[in-house]
Design a protein around this ligand. Structure first.
Ligand code: MD6
Ligand code: FE
Length: 207
Protein backbone atom coordinates (compact mmCIF):
# COMPACT_ATOMS: atom_id res chain seq x y z
CA UNK A 1 0.00 0.00 0.00
CA UNK A 2 1.08 3.59 0.23
CA UNK A 3 1.80 5.99 3.01
CA UNK A 4 -0.36 9.08 3.54
CA UNK A 5 0.43 12.11 5.66
CA UNK A 6 -2.66 13.99 6.80
CA UNK A 7 -1.60 17.63 6.47
CA UNK A 8 -5.05 18.77 7.66
CA UNK A 9 -8.47 17.10 7.62
CA UNK A 10 -9.12 16.21 3.98
CA UNK A 11 -5.60 17.13 2.83
CA UNK A 12 -3.61 13.95 2.24
CA UNK A 13 -0.03 13.86 0.97
CA UNK A 14 1.35 10.60 -0.49
CA UNK A 15 5.12 11.03 -0.84
CA UNK A 16 6.66 8.83 -3.52
CA UNK A 17 3.42 7.24 -4.72
CA UNK A 18 5.09 6.71 -8.12
CA UNK A 19 8.58 5.24 -8.28
CA UNK A 20 11.08 6.50 -10.84
CA UNK A 21 10.06 4.05 -13.55
CA UNK A 22 6.40 4.94 -13.14
CA UNK A 23 7.29 8.64 -13.22
CA UNK A 24 9.20 8.15 -16.46
CA UNK A 25 6.34 6.22 -18.03
CA UNK A 26 3.82 8.86 -16.96
CA UNK A 27 6.10 11.64 -18.21
CA UNK A 28 6.20 9.99 -21.63
CA UNK A 29 2.43 9.51 -21.67
CA UNK A 30 1.92 13.18 -20.82
CA UNK A 31 4.37 14.18 -23.55
CA UNK A 32 2.26 12.24 -26.03
CA UNK A 33 -0.91 13.89 -24.72
CA UNK A 34 0.72 17.32 -25.12
CA UNK A 35 1.62 16.51 -28.73
CA UNK A 36 -2.10 15.96 -29.39
CA UNK A 37 -3.30 18.82 -27.15
CA UNK A 38 -0.62 21.54 -27.17
CA UNK A 39 -0.15 23.71 -24.07
CA UNK A 40 -2.08 26.98 -24.06
CA UNK A 41 -1.82 30.06 -21.86
CA UNK A 42 -4.98 30.52 -19.80
CA UNK A 43 -6.14 34.07 -19.02
CA UNK A 44 -7.96 35.56 -16.08
CA UNK A 45 -11.69 36.18 -16.47
CA UNK A 46 -12.49 39.81 -17.47
CA UNK A 47 -8.94 41.22 -17.17
CA UNK A 48 -7.36 38.78 -19.60
CA UNK A 49 -4.16 38.72 -17.49
CA UNK A 50 -2.16 35.65 -18.55
CA UNK A 51 -1.34 32.85 -16.08
CA UNK A 52 2.36 32.12 -15.62
CA UNK A 53 1.48 28.41 -15.82
CA UNK A 54 0.69 26.90 -19.21
CA UNK A 55 -2.01 24.24 -19.36
CA UNK A 56 -3.55 21.42 -21.30
CA UNK A 57 -5.94 18.61 -20.42
CA UNK A 58 -6.83 15.02 -21.03
CA UNK A 59 -10.18 13.33 -20.49
CA UNK A 60 -13.69 13.96 -21.81
CA UNK A 61 -13.63 17.46 -20.31
CA UNK A 62 -10.86 20.03 -19.92
CA UNK A 63 -10.55 23.12 -17.76
CA UNK A 64 -9.95 26.36 -19.65
CA UNK A 65 -10.10 30.08 -18.86
CA UNK A 66 -10.11 33.23 -20.95
CA UNK A 67 -11.24 36.84 -20.58
CA UNK A 68 -14.58 36.38 -22.32
CA UNK A 69 -15.77 33.00 -21.05
CA UNK A 70 -14.07 32.79 -17.64
CA UNK A 71 -13.33 29.51 -15.86
CA UNK A 72 -15.12 26.51 -17.35
CA UNK A 73 -14.89 22.92 -18.53
CA UNK A 74 -15.31 22.08 -22.20
CA UNK A 75 -14.89 18.96 -24.35
CA UNK A 76 -12.52 20.57 -26.87
CA UNK A 77 -9.16 22.30 -26.96
CA UNK A 78 -9.64 26.09 -27.07
CA UNK A 79 -7.16 26.58 -29.93
CA UNK A 80 -7.22 23.41 -32.03
CA UNK A 81 -10.91 22.55 -31.48
CA UNK A 82 -9.95 18.88 -31.09
CA UNK A 83 -11.33 16.64 -28.33
CA UNK A 84 -8.87 16.16 -25.45
CA UNK A 85 -6.80 12.95 -25.50
CA UNK A 86 -7.80 10.19 -23.06
CA UNK A 87 -6.59 10.06 -19.45
CA UNK A 88 -3.69 7.56 -19.27
CA UNK A 89 -4.56 4.28 -17.52
CA UNK A 90 -1.89 4.77 -14.87
CA UNK A 91 -3.59 8.01 -13.81
CA UNK A 92 -6.97 6.27 -13.67
CA UNK A 93 -5.33 3.65 -11.44
CA UNK A 94 -4.11 6.38 -9.08
CA UNK A 95 -7.65 7.81 -8.95
CA UNK A 96 -9.08 4.35 -8.14
CA UNK A 97 -6.54 3.96 -5.33
CA UNK A 98 -6.83 7.44 -3.80
CA UNK A 99 -10.51 8.18 -4.48
CA UNK A 100 -12.10 4.77 -3.83
CA UNK A 101 -15.84 4.75 -4.46
CA UNK A 102 -15.83 8.06 -6.33
CA UNK A 103 -17.27 8.14 -9.86
CA UNK A 104 -14.57 8.15 -12.56
CA UNK A 105 -12.65 11.37 -13.26
CA UNK A 106 -13.75 13.38 -16.30
CA UNK A 107 -10.93 15.89 -16.48
CA UNK A 108 -7.20 15.80 -15.92
CA UNK A 109 -5.73 19.29 -15.95
CA UNK A 110 -2.05 19.40 -16.94
CA UNK A 111 -0.23 22.36 -15.35
CA UNK A 112 3.22 23.17 -16.79
CA UNK A 113 5.57 25.27 -14.67
CA UNK A 114 8.79 26.95 -15.68
CA UNK A 115 11.12 28.02 -12.86
CA UNK A 116 9.44 31.40 -12.33
CA UNK A 117 5.84 30.19 -12.57
CA UNK A 118 3.43 30.40 -9.63
CA UNK A 119 -0.17 29.48 -8.96
CA UNK A 120 -2.09 32.05 -6.92
CA UNK A 121 -4.20 30.94 -3.97
CA UNK A 122 -7.47 29.58 -5.39
CA UNK A 123 -10.34 27.17 -4.82
CA UNK A 124 -11.21 24.36 -7.23
CA UNK A 125 -14.94 24.99 -7.42
CA UNK A 126 -15.91 24.78 -11.08
CA UNK A 127 -17.13 21.20 -10.62
CA UNK A 128 -20.77 20.25 -9.98
CA UNK A 129 -19.65 17.11 -8.10
CA UNK A 130 -17.95 18.18 -4.89
CA UNK A 131 -18.20 14.85 -3.07
CA UNK A 132 -15.26 13.46 -5.08
CA UNK A 133 -11.77 14.64 -4.13
CA UNK A 134 -9.32 16.32 -6.49
CA UNK A 135 -6.37 13.94 -6.98
CA UNK A 136 -3.02 15.53 -7.85
CA UNK A 137 0.24 14.00 -9.10
CA UNK A 138 3.49 15.89 -9.53
CA UNK A 139 6.46 15.29 -11.86
CA UNK A 140 9.76 17.11 -12.12
CA UNK A 141 11.02 19.90 -9.91
CA UNK A 142 9.84 20.18 -6.32
CA UNK A 143 7.24 22.81 -5.51
CA UNK A 144 6.11 24.61 -2.38
CA UNK A 145 2.38 23.93 -1.99
CA UNK A 146 0.31 26.12 0.34
CA UNK A 147 -3.08 25.10 1.67
CA UNK A 148 -5.45 27.03 3.92
CA UNK A 149 -9.11 26.90 4.86
CA UNK A 150 -12.43 27.69 3.25
CA UNK A 151 -11.91 31.46 3.51
CA UNK A 152 -9.11 33.25 1.72
CA UNK A 153 -7.74 34.82 4.91
CA UNK A 154 -7.56 31.56 6.92
CA UNK A 155 -4.15 30.46 8.21
CA UNK A 156 -2.22 28.28 5.78
CA UNK A 157 0.42 25.59 5.97
CA UNK A 158 3.02 24.80 3.35
CA UNK A 159 4.81 21.63 2.30
CA UNK A 160 6.88 20.45 -0.63
CA UNK A 161 5.54 18.29 -3.43
CA UNK A 162 8.26 16.22 -5.09
CA UNK A 163 8.29 14.21 -8.31
CA UNK A 164 6.12 11.13 -7.88
CA UNK A 165 4.14 12.56 -4.96
CA UNK A 166 0.36 12.51 -4.92
CA UNK A 167 -1.97 14.73 -2.96
CA UNK A 168 -5.70 14.80 -2.50
CA UNK A 169 -8.04 17.60 -1.47
CA UNK A 170 -11.32 16.09 -0.38
CA UNK A 171 -14.05 16.02 2.24
CA UNK A 172 -13.78 19.08 4.49
CA UNK A 173 -10.86 20.38 2.39
CA UNK A 174 -12.46 19.94 -1.04
CA UNK A 175 -12.95 23.71 -1.29
CA UNK A 176 -9.84 24.74 0.66
CA UNK A 177 -7.78 27.59 -0.76
CA UNK A 178 -4.42 26.44 -2.11
CA UNK A 179 -1.65 27.47 -4.47
CA UNK A 180 1.98 27.05 -5.52
CA UNK A 181 4.38 29.63 -4.08
CA UNK A 182 7.58 28.53 -5.76
CA UNK A 183 9.35 25.94 -7.88
CA UNK A 184 12.74 24.59 -6.78
CA UNK A 185 14.42 24.79 -10.15
CA UNK A 186 16.85 21.97 -10.88
CA UNK A 187 15.69 19.79 -7.96
CA UNK A 188 14.70 16.87 -10.24
CA UNK A 189 16.27 15.15 -13.23
CA UNK A 190 13.01 13.70 -14.57
CA UNK A 191 12.30 16.37 -17.16
CA UNK A 192 14.98 17.17 -19.72
CA UNK A 193 13.88 20.82 -19.80
CA UNK A 194 13.57 21.06 -15.96
CA UNK A 195 10.39 22.66 -14.64
CA UNK A 196 7.39 20.93 -13.15
CA UNK A 197 4.29 19.13 -14.35
CA UNK A 198 1.25 18.83 -12.10
CA UNK A 199 -1.71 16.67 -13.01
CA UNK A 200 -5.05 17.15 -11.27
CA UNK A 201 -7.93 14.77 -11.90
CA UNK A 202 -11.47 15.86 -11.18
CA UNK A 203 -14.99 14.54 -11.38
CA UNK A 204 -16.87 17.43 -12.97
CA UNK A 205 -20.52 16.37 -13.44
CA UNK A 206 -22.69 14.81 -10.74
CA UNK A 207 -21.76 11.16 -10.55
C1 MD6 B 1 -0.19 22.38 -8.52
N1 MD6 B 1 -2.41 22.15 -7.79
O1 MD6 B 1 0.15 21.52 -7.73
C2 MD6 B 1 -1.53 23.04 -8.44
N2 MD6 B 1 -5.82 21.74 -6.91
O2 MD6 B 1 0.52 22.75 -9.45
C3 MD6 B 1 -3.69 22.47 -7.59
O3 MD6 B 1 -4.16 23.54 -7.91
C4 MD6 B 1 -4.52 21.48 -6.93
O4 MD6 B 1 -2.73 20.07 -6.37
C5 MD6 B 1 -6.65 20.89 -6.28
C6 MD6 B 1 -6.19 19.76 -5.66
C7 MD6 B 1 -4.87 19.46 -5.68
C8 MD6 B 1 -4.01 20.33 -6.33
FE1 FE C 1 -6.24 23.73 -7.56
Amino acid sequence: MFHAIEIAPGVLHYPGLLDRRAQEALRDEIRAALAAAPPFTPRMPRTGKPFSVRMSNCGPLGWVSDAEGGYRYQPRHPETGAPWPPIPARLLAAWAALAPGAPPPEACLINLYVAEARMALHQDRDEAELSAPVVSLSLGDKALFRVGGLTRGDPTRSFRLASGDAMTLGGPARLAFHGIDRIYSGSSTLLAESGRINLTMRRVTKG
